[in-house]
Design a protein around this ligand. Sequence first.
Ligand SMILES: NC(=O)c1ccc[n+]([C@@H]2O[C@H](COP(=O)([O-])OP(=O)(O)OC[C@H]3O[C@@H](n4cnc5c(N)ncnc54)[C@H](O)[C@@H]3O)[C@@H](O)[C@H]2O)c1
Length: 285
Amino acid sequence: MSDQQLTIAVIGAGGKMGMRVSNNLQRSSHTVRYAENSPAGRQRTTDAGRTVTDSAEAVVDADVVILAVPDIALGPVSADLVPQLRPGTIVLTLDPAAAYANLLYQRADIEYAVAHPCHPSVFLQRKTEAELNDTFGGIAAPQEVVAALESGDAGKQAVAEEVIRQMYAPVLDVHWVTVKQLAYLEPTLVEVVACMVGDLLNEALQETVHTVGVPEPAARAMLMGHVQVALANGLRGDNPFSDACLIAMDYGRDKIIKDDWKSIFNDAELDHVLKQMLHLDHIER
Ligand SMILES: NC(=O)c1ccc[n+]([C@@H]2O[C@H](COP(=O)([O-])OP(=O)(O)OC[C@H]3O[C@@H](n4cnc5c(N)ncnc54)[C@H](O)[C@@H]3O)[C@@H](O)[C@H]2O)c1
């Protein structure tokens, strides 16, 4: 951990992530500048008691520049701002997609890092009302973070980790991986699979209620409890699934899952999904 006093610029400070990280950084001992170009985002920033600074002014002496702008804007925004930075500045993005797709403006004397919040674990032992309500993280419920630093410089990593721990606080741990590994975590593991399954559960609930006619409170109660059992048994091995349940699970897998679904863990498929997410014709390698 670094105990250095840092100057941090948040670009896109009035967006969803910009507001979250700014709320936390504002409470830190570091000097923080907030830049935002949309009128609504500027309003949100000032309503939160923060002053909006022009981007060029915000980044001029920054140690760390956080690009909290949409992934599809990271190419043009980095091309505009990165040439203005001091050598050694850390440019921190919040999602690996643009870094992995080589969309960030490159400069050899700049450090690029990516830090994605894990969100509080479904198995977190929550003790307070505030922790119970904080499903996203960054307010009361502790979470972990997965991050990547392209150069692997230990000093820069310590500085980046200090900012990451402040902006996503409370943070239990920061796991350092490569940009490619982070891209396989998000989108592949958590959006392509986990979020898709979460949405599928809701579709299955709607079918049970509206097609079969089961009263919604009964269907919802049955599903919510069983989701917890499915996760506890499936991901943590709390109890074995019953023999009959294993037969039903095999039927479900056979009926719902394609035989070649694990191809999502191939590089070509990662490029395929990233291309769609970033609205690109192809991924530069
Ligand atoms: N929303 C989430 O749940 C979430 C979670 C983890 C990571 N992320 C990542 O965080 C980043 C930001 O996503 P978001 O959902 O907060 O986006 P958002 O659209 O909510 O906010 C982006 C903000 O950036 C501003 N902006 C755009 N161009 C700008 C510029 N040139 N100068 C200054 N401000 C500019 C916009 O006005 C907007 O207020 C993305 O990389 C995203 O992948 C988002």
